[in-house]
Design a binder for this molecule. Structure first.
Ligand SMILES: Nc1ncnc2c1ncn2[C@@H]1O[C@H](COP(=O)(O)OP(=O)(O)O)[C@@H](O)[C@H]1O
Ligand SMILES: [Mg+2]
Length: 223
């Protein structure tokens, strides 16, 4: 569950979000769209508490983010699967290690970590790249590793920022189908994308941001 109440966020003098309010029920699948610079990434960063708002209230999975102590942030993040625009893979770790790293935080035995990492990679068609380093992979492959990493701990909530930005159309649709499957199993999914054709191909509730404000919230994309 996500609750935003009159959330405002600025960077120095630039107002990125202007009084955003929204409610996303547990188990929903929601797109966040709008032109470049509208505030999509900022909104997602607020939701995984990489940023704090200037004012307003944000509640994610029952936790009031403003009241959250800094030392509780890592625990909070363990319940989230975040797919970043720029992957954020660990450069000095192999593909497999990038994924087992997440699982090691959950105190799983090594063998179980390896098993789950393998399965997550196989799901993305990348099991043969287990021992490769991120820089040896194409952009699309890196994005799939980042996605496997986000999904491997079976999060309650997935936040994805332009997850198809480096994928060809076929892979993009596969990724969306994967998100939908995971959503069907109960995980809440929020996908930020400026790609309207993606939303048209996978209709779902869509929040449209423009200049830091939600200008539309519904199933049909108007123009
Ligand atoms: N770290 C930052 N420092 C200063 N301005 C920023 C920063 N991040 C984003 N902005 C500004 O905030 C606004 C919203 O940006 P962003 O959230 O990245 O939008 P989107 O993801 O929709 O393209 C833009 O005007 C952008 O230039
Ligand atoms: Mg963005």
């Amino acid at each position: 569950m996500i609750l935003l109440e009159n959330v405002t966020k600025s960077y120095r003098t630039r107002l990125a979000l202007r009084g955003i309010s929204a409610f996303i029920e547990r188990g929903e699948f929601v797109f966040l769209t709008g032109p470049s610079g509208a505030g999509k990434s900022t909104l997602l960063r607020l939701l995984y508490r990489a940023e704090v708002p200037d004012s307003g209230r944000i509640v994610v999975s029952g936790q009031d983010l403003a009241a959250m102590r800094r030392r509780d942030v890592p625990f909070f993040r363990r319940r989230l699967g975040v797919v970043f625009q720029d992957f954020k893979l660990l450069r000095r770790r192999t593909v497999g290690e990038n994924i087992t790293f997440v699982l090691s935080l959950l105190n799983l035995p090594d063998k179980e970590q390896e098993r789950r990492a393998y399965l997550a990679l196989r799901h993305m068609g990348l099991q043969h790249r287990l021992s490769a380093y991120p820089e040896e992979l194409s952009g699309g492959e890196q994005q799939r590793v980042a996605t496997a990493r986000a999904l491997v701990q079976q999060p309650d909530l997935i936040l994805a920022d332009e997850p198809t930005g480096n994928l060809d159309p076929e892979r993009s649709h596969e990724l969306l189908e994967l998100f939908k499957t995971i959503n069907y199993q109960g995980t809440t999914v929020l996908v930020a994308t400026h790609d309207r054709s993606l939303i048209e191909a996978h209709p779902a509730r869509t929040l449209v941001l423009e200049k830091g404000q939600i200008v539309q919230d519904g199933w049909a994309l108007g123009d």
